[in-house]
Design a protein. Structure first.
Length: 337
């Protein structure tokens, strides 16, 4: 058998993942996260009047109990597994994005009238559509995340992400393929609506400012602190800033197994939607005691427990719904069913 095509695809995906500036896991963004993390630890030591020892900083950045944990090892496996899956899923989502975006424009033309060319300078229209698409990404992310916690069938797939017992940037890849497919298409729908509205508003095809097809605003967030949201670093945004932006501590609270933290902080970069819809929890300035994962899950970090079991449990939820649907039918229809 000829495996050259598969090998080429694998390394092509790795190249996009690590060397594309717009990638969510580019080496530049990882390097920036490492820099900010090191600077934070140095600042913490200076504030306490302690000496700067780089060996101590290195141990603080990469604690042995996290690096060698089974949870972290499983996350490495998820990285390589999802290098393939993300590529396929993203291809499906692009089709729905283009179709819906064109449909929105056609619908607006039919209801409101023909497109009127905008007199705005190009940089203004591009800046506005860039902001619109970023906000639509954030809203789509929040909505998908909220649904994944509220709908039992979807929770079975999203729960895989919450089985992580330690958090590192690799934890971002701990996702079930079904969750990824749903997530990608919800984002495609939200972005398509914003893109359709924007292009009708400006009377022409207006392109966002982007790096490697990724919204430039999102790229900036990825290159600052987004990677640190899945980490052991307690950096908490407070006050108004904590109601606008999702700090690393915000997302660590989201992973907490403490009931008071359940169903909080669904946002990606912005906490605005959480604030607006009542799901915001602003973490304390000092580190709160947190533990992650599910203590009663013996199959955590295994293929059986995190790839196969969610499918079986989700099917069980569907089976429970079927009798209820039949009972709700009139007697004559119930007999036919």
């Amino acid at each position: 058998m000829d495996f050259s095509a598969g090998i080429g695809f694998f390394f092509g995906q790795l190249g996009k993942l690590f060397f594309s500036l717009g990638s969510h896991f580019s080496l530049t963004s990882l390097g920036a996260a490492l820099f900010f993390a090191a600077a934070f630890f140095v600042w913490q030591r200076l504030k306490r009047g302690r000496k700067i020892r780089w060996r101590t900083i290195l141990r603080a950045l990469f604690p042995k109990h996290i690096v060698t944990s089974k949870s972290n090892q499983a996350d490495i496996g998820y990285l390589f597994f999802n290098v393939f899956v993300f590529g396929v899923v993203f291809g499906w989502a692009v089709l729905s994005y283009q179709f819906i975006s064109n449909g929105i424009i056609a619908g607006l033309i039919a209801v409101i009238g023909p497109v009127t060319p905008s007199a705005l300078p190009t940089y203004v229209s591009r800046s506005i559509i860039t902001a619109m698409l970023f906000l639509s990404y954030e809203l789509g992310y929040w909505f998908n995340h909220w649904l994944s916690h509220k709908v039992p069938v979807l929770w079975e797939f999203h729960k895989v992400h919450h089985t992580a017992q330690v958090l590192t940037p690799l934890t971002n890849f701990r996702v079930h393929p079904v969750y990824t497919w749903i997530f990608a298409n919800i984002l495609a729908v939200s972005a398509a609506i914003a893109n359709g509205l924007g292009n009708y508003l400006f009377g022409d095809t207006t392109y966002q400012y982007a790096l490697s097809d990724t919204n430039i605003i999102l790229v900036l967030f990825i290159h600052t602190y987004v990677h640190l949201q899945h980490s052991h670093m307690w950096i908490s945004f407070r006050g108004l800033i904590g109601r606008v932006f999702v700090s690393p501590a915000h997302h660590q609270v989201h992973h907490s197994d403490n009931p008071k933290h359940f169903n909080k902080n669904f946002g990606s970069c912005l906490a605005l939607w959480d604030w607006m819809f009542g799901t915001l929890y602003v973490p304390a300035k000092e580190r709160e005691p947190l533990t992650f994962g599910f203590a009663d899950n013996p199959d955590a970090h295994t293929v059986k427990g995190e790839l196969v079991a969610p499918l079986i449990k989700a099917a069980g939820h569907f089976r429970q719904l079927m009798p209820k649907r039949a009972e709700a039918l009139p007697v004559a229809e119930r007999k036919q069913a």
